[in-house]
Design a protein around this ligand. Sequence first.
Ligand code: DC
Length: 230
Amino acid sequence: MNQKIIIAIDGYSSSGKSTLAKAISKKLKYKYIDSGAIYRSIALFAIRKKIFDSDLWNTQNFISLLKEINLKFKWNKKYNRTDIFLNEENIQSKIRSEKVTTKVSLIAQLPEVREKLTFMQRNIGKNKGIVIDGRDVGNYVFPKSELKIFMKGSIEIRSYRRYQDLKKRGEEVSYEEVKKNLIYRDIMDTSRKISPLKKSADSIEIDNTFMSMEEQLNLIFQLIHKKKNK
Ligand code: DC
């Protein structure tokens, strides 16, 4: 049978989840959901509301602002990609900055934020036919996903990839700073009380430290083929 499935890709920061997820969604003509983009959008909103400007970052005050947030994904024909909109403003190019990256883990640990964003993701995926990447998508958001992948890679390779990415975008950062932030995010992602990053028993682990993109895609398409034709 060739029915539509949910493909959930979780893993460490900068482990290549999104590149892989995008390539799969393109080939299968599935919707791609970048769940990290949703968390980043909330962090951008919090930065703009100056939530982090005082020494004491006041969680309760921030939570009361959550109802002002309306997020949507829309297809961008010009760049052939899905962009994220915060209250009708296209913020796709603003959510990858180091400023957002350093604050997003604080936002991602709030139960009220996770509840709102889990609801949003389940709604987008209710008809299946999606590839979604994140930290808790296989374990928590879509626990019945037909295919669950868990991605990892050495801290050095992940830092190098992210560093190259930021340099390409013209951001002034050093390799050491990027590595420090990745180590911090790994700790925050895996030690968070709610929905921490964790490989589930039914997910397939891919360590891509020494794997090319082509090798990863070949492996994943073999797995998809098996699942879709079960
Ligand atoms: O995938 P990313 O680096 O763009 O994600 C940014 C942050 O969002 C990451 O540090 C943790 C958080 N996140 C999360 O808690 N749960 C998800 N499903 C996706 C991202």
